[in-house]
Design a protein around this ligand. Structure first.
Ligand code: IPE
Ligand code: IPE
Ligand code: MG
Length: 247
C-alpha cells in the first residue's frame, strides 16, 4: 500500500521537526555498541528528507546533537562528530540532486573545527537549492538559544537600538536560531520516549506531537507518512472552538 496516497497534499505541515532517538537501544538489540547504532542512522535521515520533500514539506529539522549530549562518554561524542563530518561530505551530491538546502541551528562554534568547516561548505554549496530546507540541530539546546536571544535583545535595549515597548513575539522570533524558519507544525520523536527534552521549546507552541516506538535506525518513509496521516487527522484549534473552525 502506498501511504502517500492517503495524504492530503493541501494540508501538509510546513515544518516537521524530528527528535531522532533510539540509536543506542537499537544497537544494543543487535548485540553491538552504541556507535554502531549511530552509524546505522543515516538511512533514516535520508528517507525522512526524501519523504518530506516528496509531499512538499518546506522545512525539516533534525535534532542530531543536544547541548546535553556533550556529557556523553568522549568516545561516543568523537564518533558522532566524525560521523557528522563524513556524512555531510558523502550526502552533498544527493543534496544537490534533490534540491536540499542545508541549514544549521545551535552553538556551531562549539563543534570541532573540521565539522564547522564541512558544515559551512555544505551550507554554502546548497544555498540556492529550493526544494526543502534541511536544518541540523547541532550542539542545540532551546534554553541556551533563548538565553542568547535575551542577551542580544537586552544589549540592543541598553544601546538604545531597540525600545523596550516595542519588544513583541516577533522580536523574540527574530533573535532565535530559527528566525528564517516557519513555526513547527509537527514534532516526531522515535524510540517511545514522550518528551521534548531541549528541542525548539518556543517554536513548538501549538505543534502537534507524534511519538512512535520505532527506533530511529528503523525509521523509514512509510513511518514518516504514518506521522503525517496522524497529523492530518488532528484538529488544530489554536485556542478556538471546533465550531469556529468549520464556520
Ligand atoms: C539518538 O539516539 C542519537 C543522539 C542523541 C545523538 P541515542 O544515542 O539517544 O539512543 P538511546 O536513546 O540511548 O537508545
Ligand atoms: C535527544 O535525545 C537529543 C537528540 C536526539 C539529539 P537524548 O537521548 O539525548 O534525550 P534524553 O536525554 O533521553 O531526553
Ligand atoms: Mg536517547
Amino acid at each position: 500500500m502506498d501511504k502517500k496516497l492517503h495524504i492530503d497534499l493541501q494540508r501538509v505541515p510546513k515544518h516537521v521537526a524530528i527528535i531522532m532517538d533510539g540509536n543506542g537501544r537499537w544497537a544494543k538489540g543487535q548485540g553491538m555498541n552504541r556507535i554502531f547504532g549511530h552509524r546505522n542512522a543515516l538511512t533514516a535521515v535520508r528517507e525522512s528528507v526524501i519523504a518530506a520533500s516528496e509531499i512538499n514539506v518546506e522545512a525539516i529539522t533534525l535534532y542530531a546533537f543536544s547541548t546535553e549530549n556533550w556529557k556523553r562518554p568522549k568516545i561516543e561524542v568523537d564518533a558522532l562528530m566524525n560521523l557528522l563530518i563524513n556524512s555531510l561530505k558523502k550526502e552533498l551530491p544527493d543534496f544537490m540532486k534533490n534540491g536540499v538546502k542545508v541549514n544549521s541551528i545551535g552553538c556551531i562554534e562549539s563543534l570541532p573545527k573540521k565539522a564547522q568547516k564541512v558544515l559551512a561548505e555544505v551550507i554554502s554549496e546548497t544555498r540556492n537549492n529550493t526544494k526543502i530546507i534541511l536544518t541540523f540541530a547541532l550542539s542545540y539546546g532551546s534554553r541556551e538559544e533563548i538565553v542568547n536571544a535575551m542577551k542580544t535583545i537586552s544589549k540592543k535595549v541598553v544601546n538604545k537600538e531597540l525600545d523596550l515597548e516595542n519588544i513583541d513575539e516577533n522580536t523574540i522570533n527574530n533573535h532565535l536560531y530559527t528566525f528564517n524558519l516557519p513555526h513547527v507544525d509537527l514534532m516526531i520523536r522515535t524510540s517511545g520516549e514522550q518528551r521534548i527534552s531541549n528541542f525548539l521549546l518556543w517554536q513548538m507552541a501549538y505543534a502537534e506531537l507524534y511519538f512512535t516506538d520505532i527506533l530511529w535506525p528503523d525509521f523509514r518513509q512509510e513511518h514518516f507518512y504514518d506521522a503525517i496521516i496522524e497529523y492530518q487527522n488532528r484538529e488544530r484549534r489554536f485556542g478556538k472552538t471546533s465550531e469556529q473552525l468549520t464556520e
